[in-house]
Ligand binder design. Structure first.
Ligand code: HEC
Ligand code: HEC
Length: 185
């Protein structure tokens, strides 16, 4: 009840009079608090807001199109003002919980490949680099493959493609498991 009440209040504050806050449309796939257990849909909770904003705009412009058409369709249904509302909503939710164990091999590959020079994993309001810790293993695997193979484009993906070019599929799985099991700081 309390949750519904506050969602309605936020919607009103944002000037949305349809009775439905924009982020409720995202809930179907990402969960109302951006923390869905379904690995096809990335956890958005606590993610860097500038990164979220950039990805939404990339789906909107078609620069990112590795989503099976799901995101590119929904983003045409929200207004410019609603982008700000949904970004603020998801970025301000509690961090997701880590899942699984992860291996030393995953850690060695992540650190040894220099990933930490950009992925400092510290929450930032201005950073275009996403937080990876506690994200779904399978989502991370798909993104790393898509980035390496050029299936995911837009944003700063050029730099990522180069970073991942030396990693094979086994390396990618090990890194994903390590990251999914790591606590956000
Ligand atoms: C019908 C399902 C669906 C709905 C509804 C949906 N999304 Fe998504 N979203 C996806 C899928 C699938 C992906 C991952 C695509 C991929 O595999 O690259 C995604 C990815 C994203 C990403 C990229 C996250 C990252 O870590 O790179 C953002 C940001 C996002 N969605 C925001 C939203 C917002 C905001 C809404 C509501 C306006 C929304 N989504 C509604 C399915 C959905
Ligand atoms: C030079 C900076 C830089 C380095 C080094 C780097 N990344 Fe990235 N990474 C980025 C940026 C920027 C993005 C966002 C891409 C975009 O704009 O769509 C990203 C995106 C990602 C994503 C997608 C996350 C999501 O939510 O969709 C994964 C996974 C990832 N990086 C893993 C890695 C791994 C593993 C390494 C080391 C092999 C690495 N990165 C090295 C800058 C970097």
């Amino acid at each position: 009840m309390l949750i519904l009440f506050s969602a309605v209040q936020t919607a009103k504050a944002a000037g949305i009079d349809s009775g439905e806050a924009a982020y409720e449309r995202c809930a179907l796939c990402h969960g109302l608090f951006g923390n869905t257990p379904r690995a096809k849909f990335p956890k958005l909770a606590g993610q860097n807001p500038t990164y979220l904003d950039q990805q939404i705009r990339d789906f909107l412009s078609g620069r990112r199109h590795n989503d099976g058409g799901q995101m590119s369709s929904i983003v045409t249904e929200i207004t410019e003002e609603e982008i700000t509302v949904v970004v603020e909503w998801f970025a301000s939710q509690d961090d997701p919980e880590p899942v699984g164990a992860g291996s030393d091999m995953g850690k060695e590959l992540f650190v040894g490949s220099g990933c930490e020079s950009c992925h400092v994993e510290q929450r930032s309001d201005t950073e275009v680099v996403p937080l990876l810790s506690a994200q779904h293993t399978d989502y991370l695997i798909k993104q790393m493959r898509d980035l390496r193979d050029g299936t995911r484009s837009g944003g700063e993906t050029g730099v990522m493609r180069q970073q991942l070019s030396r990693l094979n599929d086994n390396d990618i799985v090990a890194i994903a498991e390590y990251l999914a099991a790591r606590e956000r700081r």
